[in-house]
Write a protein that binds this ligand. Structure first.
Ligand SMILES: NC(=O)c1ccc[n+]([C@@H]2O[C@H](COP(=O)([O-])OP(=O)(O)OC[C@H]3O[C@@H](n4cnc5c(N)ncnc54)[C@H](OP(=O)(O)O)[C@@H]3O)[C@@H](O)[C@H]2O)c1
Length: 377
C-alpha cells in the first residue's frame, strides 16, 4: 500500500481526496529556479504546505549566498534555506520536479539537463507554451525577442499546462509550459462558449485588467509609486504576446480558427486579474442555458466556479487561491454573451496553476495543497 497522507478532507465539499505519491514514504523533491521572484516565492509558499512535496534547492542570481528568509523575512522559521547560483555544485543533483519561475529563455536553456537527470519540468515563461517552432517564433516576435528557440528538439514533447483542458496529456508529460496569466482568464472564460458554438469565433473581445504584480518583482520607472498608485493604463495594443495562446486554445475548443481583440490594462492593485469577455451570440439563449453549459463543461474542474450575473465577486474573492470565478451573463438587447473571468495572477495565473500541474503530473489529487479559500478582505 502506498503511504497515505492526512490532509484534512476538506473545507470544500467538491472532492474528498486520499493523497499519495508512490514510491512509499518519499516526498517529491522540488528545485525552484527564480526562487526570489514573485512566482518563485509563490511556489515556495505552496510547497511548504504541501503534504507530499519538499523544497530541496533554491536558485537565483543576485541573492545567491543569502537565505531566502533574508530576502523575504516573513519566511523566517518556515523556510531559511540558502539561495544558490545556478552553477553551484550544491544544486546539480537529481530532483523530482524543477520549477523554472524565470523570464523567457532561461528554461529553454536549462530544462534539457534537468529532464536528462529524470526531473519533471514546469516552466512559467513562454518557452514551452508552444509545441512547434513556428508557433514559438510567432510568440517571440510579438514580444520583440529572439525567435530562435534554444531547445527546439523539446517542442512537441511539451504540454500546455492548463489541467481543465489538457488533464490527461499533463498526467503523461515530463515538460509542461505553464500558461500566461491573462491567457488563463480568457481561455477558461470563453472555452465552454466556443465548444458549444454559442458565439461567433471571430472578433471576440477580451478586455483584461491586471494588478501590478503581473510585471514581476524588479523595479521599473513606470511602476514607481507616484506614477502607479492612481493610474490605469492600457499597454501593448499592437499585439500582446498572450493572444497566440488564447487563439490556439480557443480554436482547439471551437474546431476552427478563432480571433480575439485583446486589451491588457494595469490597475493600481497588487494582485488579481479581471477579464471581461464578449462574444456575438449565434443563437437565442438565456443566462440559465449558459450557466448549464458552463457548469457541465467544468463539472470535473474544482478550481472553476461558475456563477450567475447576480454574483457579487471581484479580485478579492479569489485572492491567494487557485480559483477562477466565472460570472455569466447574456445581454439579449445587443445579443452578446458577456463573461467576467477572475483569477489571482500569482496563483491560478502562475504558481497555483504550476502546483496544480505538478499534482497532475505526479498522480496526486489536483487540489493537493491548494484547497484553501484565500484571504478576505
Ligand atoms: N507575475 C505574474 O503575474 C506572472 C504570471 C504568469 C506568468 N508569469 C511568468 O512567470 C515568470 C516569472 O515571473 P515573475 O513575475 O515571478 O518574475 P520576477 O518576480 O521578476 O522573478 C524572476 C526570477 O527569475 C530570476 N532570474 C531572472 N533572470 C534570470 C536568469 N537569466 N537566469 C536565472 N534566473 C533569473 C530572478 O532573480 P535574479 O535576477 O536574481 O536571478 C527572479 O528570482 C516569467 O516568465 C513571467 O512571464 C508571471
Amino acid at each position: 500500500m502506498p503511504q497515505l497522507y492526512n490532509e484534512t478532507p476538506t473545507v470544500r465539499k467538491r472532492k474528498i481526496v486520499v493523497q499519495y505519491w508512490p514510491p512509499m514514504n518519499k516526498k517529491i523533491k522540488a528545485k525552484v529556479v527564480g526562487a526570489t521572484g514573485y512566482g518563485g516565492l509563490g511556489i515556495i509558499d505552496l510547497l511548504l504546505r504541501h503534504p507530499c512535496a519538499e523544497i530541496s534547492a533554491l536558485v537565483a542570481r543576485e541573492d545567491a549566498g543569502k537565505r531566502i528568509s533574508d530576502v523575504y523575512p516573513h519566511l523566517a522559521g518556515f523556510c531559511d534555506m540558502p539561495i544558490h547560483a545556478a552553477d553551484d555544485p550544491a544544486v546539480q543533483g537529481a530532483y523530482d520536479v524543477v520549477f523554472f519561475s524565470t523570464p523567457d529563455r532561461v528554461g529553454m536553456a536549462d530544462a534539457k539537463a534537468e529532464l536528462a537527470k529524470g526531473a519533471k519540468v514546469i516552466d512559467y515563461s513562454g518557452d514551452f507554451r508552444f509545441t512547434t517552432l513556428a508557433a514559438y517564433q510567432d510568440y517571440a516576435t510579438r514580444l520583440g525577442k529572439d525567435p530562435q528557440h534554444l531547445s527546439p528538439e523539446l517542442l512537441g514533447t511539451n504540454v500546455y499546462g492548463m489541467p481543465e483542458l489538457h488533464r490527461a496529456e499533463i498526467a503523461r508529460a515530463n515538460l509542461v509550459g505553464n500558461p500566461g496569466c491573462f491567457a488563463t482568464s480568457c481561455i477558461l472564460g470563453l472555452a465552454p462558449a466556443l465548444k458549444a458554438h454559442l458565439v461567433n469565433p471571430h472578433g471576440l473581445v477580451c478586455d483584461c485588467k491586471s494588478g501590478v504584480s503581473g510585471a514581476g518583482k524588479k523595479a521599473k520607472p513606470q511602476f514607481h509609486y507616484p506614477e502607479r498608485c492612481e493610474q490605469i493604463n492600457a499597454y501593448r495594443l499592437s499585439g500582446h504576446q498572450h493572444v497566440c495562446e488564447v487563439e490556439r486554445e480557443l480554436g482547439l475548443q471551437a474546431g476552427e480558427d478563432v480571433t480575439v481583440i485583446f486589451t491588457a490594462q494595469v490597475l493600481p492593485i497588487s494582485r488579481g486579474i479581471l477579464s471581461t469577455l464578449y462574444g456575438d451570440l449565434t443563437q437565442d439563449v438565456t443566462e440559465a442555458d449558459v450557466l448549464d453549459i458552463y457548469r457541465k463543461f467544468y463539472a470535473e474542474s474544482g478550481f472553476v466556479r461558475v456563477l450567475p450575473s447576480t454574483a457579487a465577486v471581484g479580485t478579492m474573492s479569489v485572492r491567494g487561491t487557485n480559483f477562477c470565478d466565472i460570472v455569466v451573463s447574456v445581454d439579449a438587447r445587443t445579443r452578446k454573451l458577456r463573461i467576467v473571468s477572475i483569477i489571482d495572477n500569482l496563483m491560478k495565473g502562475q504558481a497555483g496553476q504550476a502546483l496544480q500541474n505538478m499534482n497532475v503530473m505526479f498522480g496526486l489529487p489536483e487540489n493537493t495543497g491548494l484547497n484553501q479559500p484565500g484571504m478576505y478582505p
